[in-house]
Design a protein around this ligand. Structure first.
Ligand code: PHE
Length: 381
């Protein structure tokens, strides 16, 4: 084995010549610049910084140099390799940033794109409002009670103390149902003799509840009812009511009032209250119309032309429905002793409440089934 060649001149070692080292460095930098993807850069990295890259091979040559030449050659190669590593890191960062940007663009979702899916359905606002009201009472221990829409006249009228000559029993208000038992096709009497009607209110469910249940009775009766009204902005021949009945020992009008106040506060917010105005219903005695404070102006529009209120027509109150203490004759008809028990009841229309609660101006919108009407109420199911 020959000894180190003391007179060895590094300039004579081809791979360590300054211009060679510069060329290797520049080739590496050019290859990095030309790499247009992270994969291509990886290849260039192996080729120009790996163990068999020209600079690595040149580095190995240093060991064979005489000591005095080692430092200079080492410095030259080291600087070149430093520049190459720096160039590699810079290009790597650039390509990674480009990739991240591309991924952001490619994987972004254009939320403005129109979609062609069949929209999910939702229940009608009348249903959800009715259920919201039911929930208030279920939370107080009431039961939801339902009954038939095709009803016996006795339940719809007689048991409720609505006598045979009461105007509501006439054809002007009530849909009578022709039945096979009453001659079926026997035209002319409009079926008024059949004793069967489309219920005109949900009060017959009160009668059924009193007959079916053990006392005390606390029921809330939602449902569809029918009256011979023409469909217009404020009437529809088919509409919905929620009616409440409580029969127990010692119930008074104070209980009725407290229950009404609780309901309007639950539905319309803190501080709401109701007022009762004398009225007449055959099935309650005493009877009253119930109003609630206008939930929009809270009465502040009254006598204040600067602050008119569309919701209550600046009257400060909104009429809700009817109420009263159950007439003892109704209790008797259901086999309940009016000496021992008393009760209260109230009823109101859901369409009307939906109108003033949500500023619906035309009742026809509620029956036409156009999703443009129902959609703003949300997709509650
Ligand atoms: N049933 C009455 C109606 O349809 C409303 C009502 C219910 C009134 C209960 C008083 C008590 O108009």
């Amino acid at each position: 084995m020959s000894a180190p060649n003391k007179s060895y001149d590094p300039v004579e070692v081809e791979a360590l010549k300054p211009e060679e080292i510069e060329r290797m460095r520049d080739e590496a930098l050019a290859a990095f610049a030309a790499a247009d993807s992270l994969d291509a850069l990886q290849e260039a990295k192996v080729a120009h910084t790996g163990g068999t890259s020209p600079l690595a091979l040149a580095n190995r040559e240093i060991g064979a140099l005489p000591p005095h030449a080692k430092a200079e050659a080492g410095k030259r190669v080291g600087q070149a390799r430093g520049a190459v590593n720096k160039g590699l890191a810079t290009r790597q960062a650039e390509l990674e940033a480009e990739r991240d940007q591309r991924v952001l663009v490619e994987e972004s979702v254009d939320v403005t794109l129109p979609y062609d899916r069949v929209p999910a359905g939702a229940r009608h606002p009348l249903t959800t409002l009715s259920e919201r009201i039911e929930d208030i009472f279920v939370a107080m221990g009431y039961e939801v009670a339902e009954g038939p829409q095709v009803e016996a006249e006795w339940f719809n009228f007689d048991a409720l103390n609505i006598g045979p000559d009461h105007p509501a029993r006439g054809e002007a208000d009530t849909f009578f149902v022709q039945t096979a038992a009453n001659g079926g096709s026997a035209a002319g009497d409009g079926g008024t003799e059949s004793g069967v009607v489309l219920r005109t209110h949900t009060s017959p469910v009160q009668i059924r509840s009193l007959l079916d249940r053990e006392l005390p009775v606390y029921v809330i009766c939602p449902g569809r009812v029918y009256r011979t009204d023409e469909l217009d902005a404020t009437h529809t021949p088919v509409f919905h009511q929620v009616e409440l009945l409580a029969v127990d020992e010692g119930l008074t009008m104070a209980d009725l009032k407290g229950t009404l106040d609780h309901m309007v506060q639950s539905l319309f917010g803190e501080g709401m209250k109701t007022r009762l105005r004398p009225n007449f219903f055959p099935f309650t005695e005493p009877s009253a119309e119930m109003d609630m404070v206008c939930y929009v102006c809270r009465g502040e529009s009254v006598g204040n032309p600067d602050r008119p209120c569309r919701t209550c027509s600046s009257e400060g109150w909104i009429e809700l429905g009817g109420c009263g203490m159950v007439n003892p004759r109704v209790l008797t008809a259901c086999g309940v002793d009016p000496e021992k028990y008393s009760g209260f009841a109230f009823g109101f229309g859901i369409e009307r409440m939906l109108m003033f609660r949500h500023n619906v101006e035309d009742m026809r919108d509620m029956v036409e089934g156009d999703v443009r009407f129902t959609r703003p109420f949300g997709m509650e199911i």
